[in-house]
Design a protein. Structure first.
Length: 137
């Protein structure tokens, strides 16, 4: 038998320095500790949201790279939500949370790619503006 089988922390379900855990999944300490983690998660999410709006409105980023930047910010924000608010870890009991991140990434990609595809086809199928103005007269 290993020495971990006699460890009271192993059976108590509490985390210590030997176990793998995410920044938002710390051992229970005080209310201030949990508030700090949630405020940190909120700060990261807010910064990523502002960065997304900035990337969409600035001319400092090469225009074809703007959608890629927005997708990267969206994926990062999903990661922040999963770590700081849903408390995922890399442990075997959190496999569903990792799969949720992969599924969320897939959904964001499908929505984004589908929207771009639809807008591209709408541009090609629209009537030229001069013909549209002639029809209104």
């Amino acid at each position: 038998m290993s020495h971990l089988e006699f460890d009271p922390h192993h059976y108590a379900g509490s985390l210590d320095h030997r176990e793998d855990h995410a920044p938002g999944d710390e051992p229970e300490e005080s209310a201030g500790h949990w508030v700090l983690n949630y405020v940190l998660g909120l700060a990261f999410a807010t910064v990523l949201t502002i960065a997304s709006f900035w990337a969409a409105t600035t001319h400092l980023i090469w225009a074809p790279a703007v959608p890629v930047a927005i997708v990267v910010f969206a994926i990062a924000q999903m990661g922040v939500h999963l770590v700081f608010f849903l408390h995922i870890t890399t442990g075997p009991d959190n496999t569903n949370n990792v799969l949720a991140l992969a599924f969320g990434t897939l959904v964001v990609f499908l929505i984004f790619a589908g929207s771009v595809w639809i807008m591209d086809h709408l541009t090609h199928n629209m009537m030229p503006m001069d013909q549209l103005m002639d029809m209104q007269r």
